[in-house]
Design a binder for this molecule. Structure first.
Ligand code: FES
Ligand code: FES
Length: 164
């Protein structure tokens, strides 16, 4: 049996060091070793996007990454999106705009949308649909999700303007 490896990365701003098998995916380690079950497992083969996390700011299917490959990376998951007890504008907009039903896809959509909003002040509908192209939802029909991301971008921009 393969020997366990020590891996260390930053998870939502906190350094985590843990033992894992070389074959374990980042998704498995997040859920099973680190008890961060907000990241969901859908297909486990890179098709659904339910397992999306940000690695150094980029949205990645965590089922396709080995945990050992994440050594030294900065990982963000849905657990780190709300700050100081306040929902992120994306989370608030998904709630207000009914952009979820069963919710299994929602953490992945939020992480992909966050990556987009972190880089784009006023994303067009095309940019939003492109940014979410790796995330599948069997319930909502997508329009409400796209509208929620547009709504979140407006709220976020208002917050930036108020801070200036
Ligand atoms: S669980 Fe990773 S893409 Fe579906
Ligand atoms: S809300 Fe059910 S899969 Fe998206």
């Amino acid at each position: 049996m393969a020997k366990k490896r020590i891996v260390s990365f930053t998870l939502n701003g906190r350094v985590e060091e843990f033992l894992c098998l070389p074959r374990q995916t980042l998704l498995e380690v997040l859920r099973d070793n680190l008890n961060q079950t907000g990241t969901k497992e859908g297909c486990s083969n890179g098709n659904c996007g339910a397992c999306t996390v940000l690695i150094d700011g980029r949205p990645i299917d965590s089922c396709l990454v080995l945990a050992v490959e994440a050594e030294g990376a900065k990982i963000e998951t849905i657990e780190g999106v709300a700050k100081s007890g306040e929902l992120h504008p994306l989370q608030q907009a998904f709630l207000e705009d009914a952009a979820l039903q069963c919710g299994i896809c929602t953490p992945g959509f939020i992480m992909s949308a966050k990556a987009l909003l972190d880089e784009t002040l006023k994303p067009t509908e095309e940019q939003i649909r492109f940014g979410l192209a790796g995330n599948l939802c069997r319930c909502t029909g997508y329009d409400k999700i796209v509208k929620a991301v547009q709504h979140a971008a407006e709220t976020r921009n208002q917050m930036i303007a108020e801070d200036q």
